[in-house]
Write a protein that binds this ligand. Structure first.
Ligand code: PLP
Length: 404
């Protein structure tokens, strides 16, 4: 892969901070955007802006076509069976809230159980807690090992006739673990239990095929896959979506409204109340094009090289510990150095031009599991380089003695 050429597509990378070249290693929080995505957003507001679906004029028709084309592009990107199984949301968080609320209203009753894992982002914990509270259901949790791998034997034992749904992430944003989602789906389905997959940290790193995985719901955010903020996707199997009530009421999601009774629109519009982020949806289409042109398998292979190299170099540093050493990982490395507080490490790295994330990464239960306050997290994307990893390693070697 020609990384220089890829980097040249990302204008934000070509700058210095505190007089140092920017090294952006906070990609698990959000990825940077290629010029093509930025151009799409500008072009939308310069030439196309109008509300979709209901206009009788040229701009509305064009915007509607491009919005619906993006739905088909997403369908193809994750290999969904039908385009109307793709619902646009504001992001992973809204997608999971939608499912937790709507699925919960339809299928969760007093005494039922929801099974999640101990390595979930708060976005895949709190919506389920809220829905359990509302419906008198109980949340159960699959534990994970010291290395950061889910305990599937425990999962098998936790499933029973009261379990209504299993919700797990495809990739942990803190540990980098790639969970064996296909196997998890098979296990859950053998008990007749549907599975929601939080794909926020998977979608930009390797090819996702929802039919191959067999999952019932798959949620992700545009901004973590080189697309704009403010747009995300909730994929759901038609059979379940058809049975679920609307999540929000408003324009677009109705067939007929009277004060006595409202009937709802067909899929996917039943779940898309109000004016969506049209420009951002079109930007998501450009992001998908960027990933497809770069080659998703090329991205996966290159990021693995970066991660393997960084892991090896980091482990050579005295006193440095990596949290999350699963056999299957993506390009997320969480670490601590001696007794140094992660925030201090992050602040010093920042002054050297290196952007990492510190803290609990919205996964407080993971921190509790290890008995630590947080970690430093470096996460890589396709535009990162081996030289940047060397800059990180040298920086850590320089600051470590000051902190220990
Ligand atoms: N799930 C995981 C695993 C994440 O890493 C994140 C964001 O960091 C989310 C969910 C929430 O995504 P968003 O904030 O885009 O809704």
């Amino acid at each position: 892969m020609d990384i220089d050429s890829i980097r040249s597509k990302f204008p934000i990378l070509n700058q210095t901070v505190y007089g140092k070249p920017l090294v952006y290693f906070d990609n698990a929080a959000t990825t940077q955007k290629p010029q093509s995505v930025i151009d799409t957003l500008c072009r939308y507001y310069e030439t196309l802006n109008s509300n979709i679906h209901r206009g009788a004029h040229y701009l509305a028709a064009q915007a509607t076509d491009q919005y619906e084309e993006t739905r088909r592009a997403v369908q193809q990107f994750i290999n969904a069976r039908n385009h109307y199984e793709i619902v646009f949301t504001r992001g992973t968080t809204e997608s999971i809230n939608l499912v937790a609320s709507s699925f919960g209203q339809r299928f969760l009753n007093e005494g039922d159980e929801v099974l999640i894992s101990a390595m979930e982002h708060h976005s895949n914990i709190v919506p389920w807690q809220l829905t359990c509270e509302r419906n008198g259901a109980t949340l159960r949790v699959i534990p994970f090992s010291d290395k950061g791998e889910l305990d599937l034997e425990a999962m098998e034992n936790l499933m029973n006739e009261k379990t209504r749904i299993v919700a797990v992430n495809h990739v942990s944003n803190t540990l980098g673990t790639v969970n064996p989602v296909k196997q998890i789906v098979e296990m859950a389905h053998s008990h007749g239990i549907p599975v929601l997959v939080d794909g926020a940290q998977a979608i930009s790193h390797f090819a996702v095929d929802v039919q191959e995985l067999g999952c019932d719901f798959y949620c992700f955010s545009g901004h973590k896959m080189y697309g704009p903020m403010g747009v995300g996707v909730m994929y759901g199997r038609e059979e379940l979506l058809d049975q679920m009530p609307p999540y929000q009421g408003g324009g677009e999601m109705i067939k007929e409204v009277t004060f006595e009774r409202t009937t709802y629109n067909e899929l996917p519009f039943k779940f898309e109340a109000g004016t969506p982020a049209v420009g951002d949806v079109l930007g998501l289409h450009s992001a998908i094009r960027f990933m497809q042109e770069t080659g998703i398998n090329n991205i996966a292979t290159y990021e693995k090289e970066l991660t393997d190299y960084a892991t090896e170099q980091l482990l050579n540093i005295e006193g440095l510990r990596i949290y999350g050493q699963a056999r299957q990982k993506t390009s997320v490395i969480s670490f601590l150095i001696g007794n140094a507080h992660p925030y201090d490490v992050g602040t010093l790295l920042d002054k050297l031009g290196i952007a990492v994330r510190t803290g609990h990464h919205c996964t407080q239960p993971i921190m509790d599991r290890y008995g630590i306050p947080g970690t430093v997290r470096a996460s890589f994307a396709v535009y990162n380089t081996m030289e940047e990893i060397n800059i990180l390693i040298n920086a850590i070697k320089r600051i470590a003695p000051m902190l220990m």
